[in-house]
Design a binder for this molecule. Structure first.
Ligand code: SF4
Length: 121
């Protein structure tokens, strides 16, 4: 790889985010043995204890999304991380309330169950 290509590869890494998304935040992140899916910033509540009031992420992961990922984009990110280690579960939990996107949750869950039936989700 020449210097120019290397520069653009590194730049794209930072511009697009760790998992290569252009969502401005991580779609997939992990805490302990659990893999988390961050699919929306939206939430109808305003809990006084919500970490969104103070930070834009958690445990070193930036979760505030610039735009919501499609189910296909979520699955694409999931494919990159789902076999990284033996996860205990896949959890829909991120910067907002995921059930706001129930159709998306169902589509991704069906994909997980079809390809990785041993996961809790
Ligand atoms: S994301 Fe969760 S904790 Fe934060 S305001 Fe919404 S319901 Fe409350």
């Amino acid at each position: 790889m020449d210097c120019v290509t290397y520069f653009w590869t590194i730049s794209l890494f930072f511009i697009l985010g760790q998992d290569g998304s252009s969502m401005g935040g991580e779609i997939v992140y992990w805490l302990g043995d659990s893999l988390y899916l961050n699919i929306t910033n939206r939430c109808t509540n305003k809990c006084y204890f919500c970490f969104r009031r103070y930070w834009d992420g958690i445990a070193g992961f930036k979760l505030k999304l610039a735009q919501e990922p499609s189910a296909e984009q979520i699955i694409e990110c999931l494919e990159r991380h789902i076999l990284r280690r033996k996860w205990k579960e896949v959890v829909f939990c991120g910067f907002g309330e995921p059930t706001i996107r129930l159709d998306c949750i169902l589509e991704v869950t069906r994909w997980i169950k079809r390809h990785y039936p041993f996961f809790k989700s």
